[in-house]
Design a protein around this ligand. Structure first.
Ligand SMILES: [Fe+2]
Ligand SMILES: [Fe+2]
Length: 347
């Protein structure tokens, strides 16, 4: 994967450092924008310190060093102390970003966690992207949707896998059971990331890892960043499990609609297979995630039930922000991708 174009002073500086061999560099200034207009590099939405587009991309790139890395960026940057200082600043900003958007649900008693997760999911009243895609979206909009999703789906399941060594016993076995399905149960061609690549090829899109990183807005990056944040910090393991549970519990019905949408738009069985697979698989995964994984974890860690619910709430909120972004842009007749060269590259 190539480093994308910078989106502001943070990413300008970070990408310039990463292009060189690993070395020590100073932390970012408290306000890297100085008197530059904050919306020049993305709307701050009232967030102090960092512009949203710039900071989400910088954090995404810091995290990506733990996954596939970037062409021309030395692998030793992954554990470079200066890089980690910057990453911590960005994580502090991002945790504040989440705190301002995601109300913390009350902590239920341990035995109530599966039921509380179900109630949280049932109470979610965000706009339905899947309903719009099924009945109204044109092919260009469906392709945009797949481009956004490719940022996470081409590494599907990887962020939650960080949770495995942080667990013991029943919740660990449950997480491994889910992840084993996500990774194809030993058959690479059945890995969900591989099925998603087939969907991309069916739509004439570039299925190489990270090909569209430069085109997706901060809200799409935030969806990946929250998983990496929860996965890479042991203190957030409760939130990581709740996040995965919310993912699995909100997957089956939307995926049925995505498949129907693609069928309506002329997609063949190979392109639809990713979505069809999730209709069945996630109906099972949601039970494992809520009861065997989160329920068992809560019984062992009664002090972390609030974190489990918070992780789920973060997943639901980001999903809603994502749907609002896409539907809002499409309502205005605009692309939901960054309005750089999106029209040329994707449409
Ligand atoms: Fe999956
Ligand atoms: Fe799943």
């Amino acid at each position: 994967m190539q480093l994308p174009a910078p989106r502001g002073p943070l990413t300008e500086r970070l990408f310039a450092e990463l292009a060189r061999p690993p070395h020590a560099f100073g932390p970012p200034p408290a306000d890297p924008y100085g008197d530059r207009p904050s919306n020049q590099h993305g709307d701050r939405h009232g967030d102090p310190c960092f512009g949203e587009e710039d900071a989400q991309l910088a954090l995404f790139v810091c995290y990506e060093l733990h996954y596939q890395g970037f062409d021309g960026v030395d692998d030793r940057w992954e554990w470079n102390p200066s890089l980690l200082v910057l990453r911590e600043r960005l994580e502090t900003w991002f945790e504040g970003w989440l705190a301002r958007r995601v109300p913390r649900p009350p902590a239920p008693p341990s035995r109530e966690v599966p039921r509380a997760l179900a109630a949280l999911v049932a109470a979610d009243d965000g706009p339905s992207l899947s309903a719009y895609l099924r009945s109204r979206a044109d092919t260009a909009q469906f392709r945009e949707f797949v481009v956004h999703r490719s940022i996470y789906q081409l590494k599907e399941a990887d962020p939650h896998t960080w949770g495995i060594p942080r667990l013991l016993g029943r919740p660990k076995a449950a997480l491994v059971e889910i992840q084993s399905d996500e990774y194809g149960g030993g058959r690479p061609e059945r890995m969900h990331a591989e099925l998603f690549r087939a969907t991309m090829r069916g739509l004439g899109l570039d299925d190489s890892y990270g090909a569209y990183l430069g085109l997706v807005p901060g809200v799409t990056l935030a969806i990946s960043n929250v998983m990496s944040l929860f996965g890479l910090h042991r203190r957030r393991r409760g939130a990581l499990l709740g996040h995965l549970a919310a993912f699995e519990m909100t997957s089956s019905l939307p995926n049925r609609r995505y498949s129907q949408a693609l069928g309506r738009l002329g997609g063949d069985a190979g392109a639809r297979r990713y979505f069809d697979e999730h209709v069945q698989a996630d109906a099972v995964h949601e039970q494992i995630a809520a009861h065997d994984m989160c329920g068992a974890f809560a019984a062992e860690h009664p002090g972390l039930t609030g974190d489990i619910l918070y992780g789920a709430a973060c997943a639901l909120t980001l999903d809603r922000l994502f749907a609002e972004h896409l539907l809002g842009r499409w309502r205005e007749g605009r692309t939901s991708l960054r309005e750089t060269d999106a029209e040329v590259t994707v449409r």
